[in-house]
Design a protein around this ligand. Sequence first.
Ligand code: ATP
Ligand code: MG
Length: 402
Amino acid sequence: MESDTIPIIIDSGSKLTKAGLVNGVQPKVVFPSIVGRVRQRSVYIKSGQKSAYVGKEAIIKRGILNKRYPIIYGSVYNWDDMEKLWHHIFYDALKVMPEEHPFLLTVKPLTPSDDLRKTCQIMFETFNAPSLYLGNNASLSLFGANKTTGLVLQMGSSLNYAVPIVESQCLKSNIGVSGLGGILITEHLNEILATKGIKYFSHQELEHVRLMKEQYCSVLPIQKKEQNNLELNESDHNFIKNQKAQLFDSTEFLSIDEKIVFCTEPLFSPQYAEKTIQKIQKSNDFSHLSKKPNFEIGLHQLCIETIHSLPKEKQEIMFQNILLAGGHSMFKGFSDRLSNELLSLFAESKQQINIIAPESRQFSSWLGAKKFASLNNFHDFCLTMDDYDENGPYRGILKFNL
Ligand SMILES: Nc1ncnc2c1ncn2[C@@H]1O[C@H](COP(=O)(O)OP(=O)(O)OP(=O)(O)O)[C@@H](O)[C@H]1O
Ligand SMILES: [Mg+2]
């Protein structure tokens, strides 16, 4: 492959952007999908500095910025910021000329067509992309796992999607959407910390809580019976007893207890996070989504309801091929718990359950996209600049198998 034809893969999530050239083993850059605009124009005009910062730089310079995430709950919220984020990927992070590379951009299941068209328009008209492919992130995750049929549980920061795919065709009208995403568990952990007198509010503090969640939290193997009565074995108790987490901007440490470790329980029993769910529902508008996210059922139920919405003859193969994908599926014990929940519900029947949990699934969409863009005939699936000029974005997006 000529260096100037190497595709660029971008998986922009509501929390994290993963990007890199197709010849990388993993995404070359992973950074927060955050854009910060300098609050006072006079500050950057006088100092000759930039008017906006993206990702880690935006966090470092937070004092002088208004910060926003351009993607919120499955949809692009601010296109100027989205364009800034893409600009940063090309020119600062990957140091490539976008007009020299084909692109593969991942999109979420059920992304509104307006967002798809606008993405095409910016890629071709602003960045002069020679060719573009938009791929459904769940289908790409499945492709990366060498499968063409299965139920992908795509778990990200904002939403989780249960996506049935049959012979590479995504069954869009059967997709299940859950609001029990990464943000919810981070916020729920924050609520638990507040009951211990640790009150965190700022973006930086919440980032600290997110990292604490990723480092210390895991999923119980079976459903907990009562809030304060966890049935743990001795090694679990010892593990928890010895953990201490440093507090934000402090030399003090917090002892990690069972409430903190198992703050993940709402993934299967959402009633434990009632307060956090209400807060998220109140402060977010989900009206742009074609399917309202469900906050009432656990993720095992989401899988079952999605599979049961399919014709009978397709159900068995789905239960046998449940693929976990996305950073939020990385909790220790998550795969076993999901399996236990499903098995206990089907104890009477002969239904086989098989959950596939690839090791690098926090990058599953990016890795699947990389594999797809490495196909010899990848170019045939792309929309070229000529196609776009001839047909425009309305007809252009019909080329993608979304
Ligand atoms: N090791 C880990 N254990 C638990 N959670 C993790 C781990 N690593 C990442 N996460 C969580 O996964 C989420 C990020 O996942 P991912 O990168 O797939 O989402 P995203 O692409 O930003 O969001 P979305 O696809 O919803 O727009 C965050 O909530 C993060 O805290
Ligand atoms: Mg994502």
